[in-house]
Write a protein that binds this ligand. Structure first.
Ligand code: FE
Ligand code: FE
Ligand code: ZN
Length: 279
């Protein structure tokens, strides 16, 4: 199966998001667990959840990606910011148990001058507090562009986090194409080489999702400015190779391109038309 979708606003609930995704031709989607800039999550609506789970089953909607708020910084120097990260992640993971078997993606964080070693230690402290042995959600570290003091711009940093988390089997990685490009990995000229390096350092079995975004900037720019598919420096050809790459078969591909719904619909149709198999 080709699981392709986009980021959707969840203001009206899961069932409306599912309907929107299907109308766009999507087979998966991503949503924020709460306002991306922070704040509290809305209470779950049981009827909405029930209707959504039925729709998901009926239409074969694939694994979903929940995205943590951007303000969540597990390795801030400020204890109050780290406390918000702990609270938000704890609540989000509790709520996601109502949608079992999906993915929760977060940005590892910015160490804000403390150094990546301290950053990694703080991120692992948080993960070791919030992960539960019985949980049914896989928590994903997103590959980052390396902007500012971001942790996770190098595959080695992700590896270190995975190594130090006790319930490591609850963890995986989400590869963001714009971010790895901006971090310096040449997915345009050497996709096989980048995936081989990911496999060597992190392990391809850890790769659970792909954020499919073009980049406004040249490779290595560390800027993290997404572009529409084929309108950035990565280019359409690379995305055709990515969605058809055997190492990425079956993973959910999620667009986070600067688009309204009609733009997402076009990009989903474009990528579907570029799939080499009918699966
Ligand atoms: Fe993200
Ligand atoms: Fe992303
Ligand atoms: Zn980004």
């Amino acid at each position: 199966m080709f699981y392709i979708g986009c980021h959707l606003s969840c203001a009206k609930g899961f069932f409306p998001m599912g309907k929107t995704a299907l109308a766009l031709g999507a087979t998966t989607f991503q949503f924020f667990t709460r306002n991306p800039r922070g704040g509290n999550a809305k209470a779950l609506d049981e009827k909405d959840l029930e209707a959504f789970l039925k729709l998901k089953k009926e239409h074969g909607i694939g694994t979903l990606l929940a995205h943590a708020p951007y303000t969540l910084n597990a390795c801030s120097a400020d204890a109050a910011v780290r406390d918000f990260a702990w609270r938000a992640m704890t609540e989000d993971l509790e709520r996601l148990e109502r949608l079992p078997g999906n993915l929760y993606n977060f940005h590892p964080g910015s160490h804000v001058g403390q150094g990546s070693e301290t950053g990694i230690r703080l991120i692992c402290t948080l993960l070791n507090e919030v992960l539960k042995p019985g949980q049914q959600t896989t928590v994903l570290l997103e590959t980052m562009a390396g902007k500012g003091s971001e942790v996770g711009g190098r595959f080695e940093e992700l590896r270190e986090i995975l190594d130090r988390v006790k319930l490591s089997d609850k963890m995986g990685v989400c590869l963001d194409t714009c971010h790895v490009w901006d971090a310096g990995y040449d997915i345009a000229e050497d996709l096989d080489g980048v995936l081989a390096e990911f496999d060597r350092v992190v392990g391809l079995s850890r790769l659970k999702a792909v954020h499919i975004n073009d980049s406004q900037n040249p490779r290595g720019a560390k800027k993290d400015r997404h572009a529409r598919i084929g309108e950035g420096k990565i280019g359409l050809e690379t995305f055709v190779r990515i969605i058809n790459h055997p190492a990425l078969e079956g993973l959910p591909f999620c667009l986070e391109t600067p688009n309204e719904l009609d733009g997402y619909e076009k990009e989903i149709a474009l990528l579907k038309s570029k799939r080499k198999t009918n699966r």
